[in-house]
Design a protein around this ligand. Structure first.
Ligand code: BEZ
Length: 244
C-alpha cells in the first residue's frame, strides 16, 4: 500500500529576477567600499552570489575557491561580488581569519579582494530571491546570478545550504554564454571550448533542405533541426579570453 502524505504547510513564494530581466538595481556597503549594482559593472560580466553565513565551513571553502579563481574569471572579463546577511565587521573578521588561519586543499594565505556585500537588512537578498524560507528564513541560500555587460541576468543557479558550488561549472557557464554571444551559436550538454557547437535552427524549408544536403560548409546535421559545426578551442579562447 502506498502512503500519502499531505502537507499542511502554506507554501511561500519569493519574487526574483528571471533570466533575460535587467538585474535589479541596488547600492550597498561592501568590504571594498560602496557599490552601485549593476551600473558600476557596465561593460563587464559579473557573478553576483550569496552565501548563508560568515564563519561557516562550506562558505569558507567557497570563498577560498572563488578568491583563487578571481584572476581566471577576470581573464574572461568577469567580476565577482559576494553577499550574505551578515554585517561588514563580521565580513572583515571572517576574511581576515581565512587569510591568516585557514588551509583548504592546496589553498592557504588566501586574500579575498572582491567585494562582499553587507546585507543585514536583507534588502538585496530579498530583491534577488536569495532567501528561501523553506530552507532557512534568516540566511541566504547559495544563489548565483550571472549578469552580462548590459546588466541583464543571463543565468541563475541555486544550491541549498549544505551543498558547496561547483566552480568548474561556473567558469564553464561564463565561457559558454560568451561563446554563444560572440559566435551566434548554442552549446550542447557538457560543452567545453573545443567541442562542436550548435548552429541556429534553419529558419526556412529551403535552408533546412540545403543543410541536410550538406550545402553549408563545415556544418553537419544529425537532422534538419540539429546541426553542429566545429569551433576550435583556440578560436574560442582568443575571442573571449581578454586577459592573461
Ligand atoms: C556552511 O557554510 O558550512 C553552512 C552554512 C549554513 C548552513 C549549513 C552549512
Amino acid at each position: 500500500m502506498t502512503a500519502t502524505v499531505e502537507s499542511t504547510a502554506t507554501p511561500t513564494t519569493t519574487s526574483m529576477p528571471r533570466i533575460g530581466d535587467p538585474a535589479p538595481v541596488f547600492t550597498a556597503q561592501t568590504t571594498q567600499g560602496e557599490i552601485h549594482f549593476p551600473g558600476d559593472y557596465a561593460g563587464r560580466w559579473v557573478i553576483l552570489f550569496s552565501h548563508p553565513a560568515d564563519f561557516t565551513p562550506v562558505c569558507t571553502t567557497e570563498f577560498m575557491t572563488f578568491a583563487s579563481l578571481e584572476a581566471e574569471f577576470a581573464a574572461y572579463n568577469t567580476a565577482l561580488v559576494g553577499l550574505s546577511v551578515d554585517g561588514l565587521y563580521s565580513h572583515i573578521a571572517w576574511l581576515r581569519t581565512i587569510k591568516d588561519r585557514i588551509e583548504f586543499r592546496d589553498m592557504k594565505d588566501v586574500e579575498v579582494t572582491f567585494p562582499l556585500i553587507d546585507d543585514v537588512s536583507m534588502e538585496v537578498a530579498t530583491k534577488y530571491g536569495m532567501i528561501m524560507p523553506g530552507e532557512d528564513s534568516t540566511k541566504a541560500v547559495r544563489a548565483v546570478f550571472v549578469v552580462d555587460p548590459r546588466g541583464v541576468v543571463r543565468t541563475i543557479v541555486y544550491y541549498p545550504l549544505s551543498l558547496g558550488r561547483n566552480f568548474d561549472e561556473l567558469l564553464r557557464v561564463v565561457k559558454a554564454l560568451q561563446t554563444a554571444d560572440a559566435f551566434d551559436v548554442a552549446t550542447p550538454a557538457d560543452w567545453r571550448p573545443g567541442d562542436r557547437v550548435i548552429v541556429p535552427p534553419a529558419g526556412s524549408c529551403g535552408t533546412a533542405k540545403e543543410r541536410m544536403e550538406g550545402a553549408e560548409e563545415g556544418v553537419e546535421c544529425v537532422d534538419w533541426f540539429f546541426c553542429t559545426k566545429e569551433l576550435p578551442a583556440d578560436v574560442v579562447e582568443s575571442t573571449i579570453r581578454t586577459g592573461s
